[in-house]
Each structure stands twice: as structure tokens, then as C-alpha cells.
Design a protein around this ligand. Structure first.
Ligand code: MN
Length: 325
């Protein structure tokens, strides 16, 4: 979805020193999205003190929202650059359209991966059949060598791998012998893991990866540390086993991970770039080409079939920021 903050800050995200110790808890912050069809979104990445887990740079968790109460998700066409979006649902269904001509349903347990590359636009609307909307929107930063790639859209329904006490759906990368065919640009993993009541699972993971565990429901410890619901537990590289212990009602979690990204990026609104000037140019091209309707063959293109106007970009903050090294 779009970052719908009214005054999104421009964030300079540097490669950070690794944490010392085991598990670091990242608490969610509620993002006020405003408007009559607002959704409650809990954001755990980026944070002031930790902004990347591998290439994962954005974790929004929402719902369960009763659509009759809140009106569901209606996100008009908006742009992205320099990243991939991962749409992952626990309940509901979303209608996706984009400017490379994709029209797809985002369904429970199925990956929709959109590669923005040099630029794309898309809209997302929960379908009429949706009664409860519940899911996560994740972004992956593209490495500098790949960030100008052509925009693309992929769908993949991962099989459930059944382990003692756990059911694992690997939507990106490889885990427990299951490999996603979806296109990635750095060494990463992404999976939904459902733990049975009181399950104790020694999950084999890549020891070179840092990991994050987002607890959606139930009770969970990661390597012995409690993880509250809607929190993201960060775990530094170094161990090839992650110990997951569920409470009496089991647990549902999303595991993300990857090799430390090693590059500085700038995130503002829905754009990722490397310089302030680049962000300014992306915004200008969106406002001129698409919002003002000057041309439909520019960087972002047009979302065919969406019955409304595109989302205007917010104003840029007054402060000019540069990535540090
Ligand atoms: Mn979006």
C-alpha cells in the first residue's frame, strides 16, 4: 500500500552497527493515516535505531479490521521507486492494478510481489467479498546495482511445509527445503510460520542472516525472549538455529531475514533513492506526469481501470538530508 502519512519525514538510513546480545524488541508505532476510510497500521520498520533487516526496510501490520466498521482498504494509484513491495494477507482479499498492466487478486497465503525498480504506480482496493482485512505490507530495498531495473509484478502461492509443531509457507528465498521462485535482488528470506499450541521448534536458518520475527497472533518466545503481539523481534547473525516456543494457543508469525544490506538509502513517502535530489525528481515527475496528467509514458505510467484520481504526493520536508557513510 501507500505510505499515507500526511507529513512523511525523509529518512536517511545508514548501515548500522550490529546489536550486541540476543533478541532486540522493536515496538510498533501506530501510524495515523487519516480520512474516512482509515485503517489502523502498526509500523515496526523503519525505526530510529534500526531501519533495515537484510534488505527489508518497511514493515506495516494491519487488522484484523472489520470492513463494515472501517470501510476497508482504498488506496488510489501511487508511485514507488527503488524497492519491491510484498503484500501478504491473513484475511480478506485485495484487488491490485499497476502501470505495467497487471490486474491481480491478493489472496490469503499468496505472495504478490511488485518490483518498482525505476518506477511503477499501483492501486489497492479491498474487494466487496472482504469482511475482515488483516495482513502485512513489507518493502525490500533494491541494491544500488539493481534499483533501476524494469518494473514487474509476480504472484506465487507457496505450499505449506509441515514440520513437527509448525507449518511454514516460504514466500521469498529458501527455508526448510522450500524455495520461492519469486525474483529477489539480495540474499533474503520471508515466510509465514504457524506454530501449534505449546510447540517447541528449532528452526534451521542461515547463520549469516539477520532476522526479524513479527508476531501476528498468539504467544511466542524467540531464543527464550518473550515477543508481544505486533512486535518485531530482531536477531543478529551468528546462529544457524532459531528456537521458537509457542504459547497454549499457538502462534502465527512472519519471519523476515537477509544478509546485512551494507548500503545507505534515503526513504521518503513511497520512494527509495540515494540522494535528496533524486527524491525531489521522483516527486516532480509523479506530480507533473501523472497527477497533473501531462504524459502517460513517463517513469511511472498509468494504472488502467482504476476509477478515480491518483494520490498526490505530500510536500517535501524543508530539511535537506544527505546519506552519511
Ligand atoms: Mn504501494
Amino acid at each position: 500500500m501507500s505510505n499515507l502519512e500526511k507529513e512523511p519525514p525523509e529518512l536517511v538510513i545508514d548501515t548500522e552497527p550490529r546489536a550486541v546480545g540476543a533478541v532486540e524488541l522493536l515496538a510498533p508505532r501506530d501510524v495515523p493515516l487519516g480520512g474516512p476510510r482509515a485503517m489502523n497500521v502498526r509500523r515496526t520498520l523503519p525505526q530510529r535505531h534500526r531501519s533495515l533487516i537484510g534488505a527489508w526496510c518497511f514493515v506495516d501490520h494491519y487488522g484484523p479490521d472489520v470492513v463494515a466498521d472501517r470501510g476497508g482498504m482504498v488506496v488510489p494509484p501511487h508511485p514507488h521507486t527503488g524497492l519491491q513491495t510484498v503484500s501478504w494477507l491473513f484475511a480478506g482479499e485485495i484487488d491490485h492494478r499497476d502501470s505495467v498492466g497487471s490486474h491481480a487478486a491478493v489472496r490469503v497465503g499468496e505472495l504478490n510481489l511488485m518490483t518498482a525498480g525505476s518506477g511503477i504506480a499501483h492501486s489497492e482496493v479491498s474487494t466487496d467479498a472482504t469482511t475482515v482485512l488483516h495482513g502485512a505490507q513489507l518493502w525490500l530495498a533494491l541494491p544500488d546495482a539493481s534499483r533501476h531495473t524494469d518494473p514487474a509484478f509476480e504472484h506465487y502461492a507457496p505450499p505449506a511445509v509441515e514440520l513437527p509443531g509448525a507449518s511454514v509457507r516460504v514466500f521469498l528465498g529458501s527455508l526448510v527445503g522450500s524455495t520461492s521462485p519469486a525474483l529477489t535482488f539480495s540474499a533474503i528470506v520471508g515466510a509465514q510460520i504457524d506454530l501449534a499450541p505449546d510447540a517447541v521448534v528449532e528452526l534451521p536458518v542461515d547463520a549469516g542472516f539477520e532476522h526479524g520475527v513479527l508476531l501476528d497472533a498468539g504467544a511466542l518466545t524467540v531464543d527464550g525472549d518473550d515477543v508481544p503481539v505486533a512486535h518485531l523481534a530482531y536477531r543478529e547473525p551468528g546462529s544457524a538455529v532459531m528456537r521458537l516456543v509457542a504459547g497454549p494457543a499457538g502462534a502465527r508469525l512472519v519471519l523476515i531475514g537477509g544478509l546485512p544490506f551494507g548500503e545507505s538509502i534515503i526513504m521518503w513517502w513511497n520512494f527509495i533513492g540515494r540522494t535528496h535530489g533524486e527524491i525531489v525528481r521522483f516527486r516532480e515527475e509523479w506530480q507533473t506526469d501523472v497527477v497533473a496528467g501531462v504524459r502517460d509514458d513517463g517513469r511511472f505510467g498509468v494504472v488502467a481501470g482504476y476509477p478515480g484520481a491518483p494520490l498526490p504526493a505530500p510536500e517535501l520536508p524543508g530539511v535537506r538530508l544527505k546519506p552519511r557513510s
